[in-house]
Design a protein around this ligand. Structure first.
Ligand SMILES: [Zn+2]
Length: 60
């Protein structure tokens, strides 16, 4: 299980339909919407991928 770097939803990387590669790392997304957000600005989301803010209310 990994985390969608855009909205922080848990994503099963084995079943993820939306993935992107950035700097040798694979990122999985819950939806095409989140993948598009990431592709538009991967730097922003790749940097925050490790610090999951559970308290945030961002959904997609
Ligand atoms: Zn998402």
């Amino acid at each position: 299980m990994t985390t969608d770097p855009v909205c922080y939803a848990p994503v099963d990387e084995d079943k993820a339909q939306y993935t992107s590669h950035y700097k040798g790392q694979e990122y999985c997304f819950c939806s095409g919407f989140c993948k598009r957000k990431f592709d538009e600005n991967p730097k922003r989301y790749a940097r925050t991928a490790r610090s999951v803010d559970i308290g945030s209310d961002i959904t997609c």
